[in-house]
Design a protein around this ligand. Structure first.
Ligand code: SF4
Length: 401
């Protein structure tokens, strides 16, 4: 851990995993594979003095290669993969009548998973079984990717750069597959830790170039990028669900009504009729808002088919691992940047991602296949989130926990 100099009694410590990553980088036996989450690109520039338009994820890839990482990828790729699994799971569960009384909830936010398991355990079966994009990517790296580069799963050191502190707990989930045993993700570093590593390596951000992610998982859609903002998972899933139901693409912004415009709107809800199928959905961010929404559902005052929940107000862009500016809440400004990237993306639909299609053709066969269930889904009852240490609002662990 790194002592925080401005704490007068030295009682505040921030968990720091950068030394683990440095060790893996210098180790000769490990292939270090790093994914970078969508929300990180909206915030790292604030710390290194780059304007929003210059602080691209492609420069983060360049920086990671410069510090010695072997392969770099965009978590937006595996967000597309998550959408393929989750949208199809939703349609199957909806059609089977399983969601008549209660909605399916998204499962990609570990802060929300901890909350629902602790506070509303009877609702755990309503969670999507899809792993988060981070865990899905880790699992693909240790199976398909390691095979493709002629390595064993245990040769891969899978790293995720995340805006989130709870992801450090999520990565501790132990897994035992036919293919490998261990963790999908070996190390999570936050946006703040990434910036510390770049400083330690004396990387001048102004000299970084835009480079593409490595082969096999190069493509990602705008739908995968908006995962980092509240409502983004829902909007991405609806674009693909529409295609599956109607057989053609909706306009890319057809579901923009689920976006949150400001901090005051912690909940957005909408109803749609897709080819005669009525769908009622909601997206909520902030656990206080989530609690109110669940109470409404439990009392029967509200009825939805599909609900997205993100623990942090504004979604992952406002995560606890992002840079902190006292008194400023930048989540919604950062979220707008993700929608801007989506609007200007060549690819707007997860189901059109050619590298995701190739992964199904070469490995998983189809969404929700047996193999996909083994590697891309989880049984929420089979593991517990490690007890979270008590932290102050900056994410520093308070001594004694
Ligand atoms: Fe982590 Fe917050 Fe995103 Fe949840 S909403 S995954 S707690 S950053």
């Amino acid at each position: 851990g790194q002592c925080i100099t401005h704490c007068p009694v030295g009682a505040l410590k921030e968990r720091d995993d950068t030394s683990k990553l440095w060790e893996a980088i210098v180790s000769k036996d490990k292939v270090v594979v790093v994914q970078v989450a969508p929300a990180v690109r909206t915030a790292w520039g604030e710390e290194v003095g780059l304007d929003l338009q210059d602080a691209t994820v492609n420069k983060i890839f360049d920086a990671l290669k410069k510090i010695g990482v072997d392969y770099v990828f965009d978590t937006a790729y595996s967000a597309d993969l998550t959408i393929m699994e989750e949208a199809n799971e939703f349609l199957d569960r909806f059609k089977s009548g399983e969601l008549e009384d209660r909605p399916m909830f998204t499962s990609c936010c570990p802060g929300w998973l901890r909350f629902i398991k602790g506070q509303y355990p009877h609702l755990v079966p309503q969670l999507s079984t899809a792993k988060s994009p981070m865990q899905m990517f880790g699992s693909v790296m240790k199976t398909y990717f390691s095979e493709q580069i002629g390595k064993k799963p245990e040769d891969i050191y899978s790293v995720a750069v995340m805006p989130c502190l709870a992801k450090k707990g999520e990565r501790e989930m132990e897994l035992f597959y036919v293919e490998y045993a261990g963790h999908d993700t070996d190390c999570v570093i936050t946006t703040r830790e990434l910036v510390r590593m770049l400083r330690a390596a004396h990387i001048n951000p102004k000299t970084l170039k835009d480079i593409e992610p490595d082969k096999l998982f190069e493509q990602s859609s705008g739908a995968g990028v908006i995962f980092g903002a509240t409502g983004g998972v829902m909007e991405a899933a609806l674009r693909t669900a529409y295609y599956t139901i109607v057989g053609e693409n909706c306009a890319p912004d057809a579901f923009e009504v689920v976006r949150a415009e400001s901090q005051d709107t912690g909940v957005s809800e909408a109803s749609f009729n897709l080819n005669g199928i009525d769908l009622k959905i909601a997206a909520v961010s902030g656990l206080g808002n989530a609690r109110r929404l669940i109470e409404d559902i439990e009392r029967g005052d509200k009825k939805y088919d599909f609900v997205e929940v993100m623990a942090c107000p504004g979604g992952c862009v406002g995560g606890g691992g992002q840079p902190i500016h006292d008194g400023d809440e930048l989540a919604f400004e950062r979220g707008k940047n993700l929608y801007f990237i989506d609007k200007n993306a060549q690819l707007r639909y997860s189901h059109e991602n050619e590298d995701v299609k190739a992964l199904y053709e070469n490995y998983f066969e189809k969404p929700n296949s047996h193999k996909a269930h083994m590697l891309l889904h989880t049984d929420h009852n089979s593991w517990e989130m490690p007890r979270s240490p008590k932290r102050d609002r900056r994410g520093y662990v308070i001594n004694g926990y």
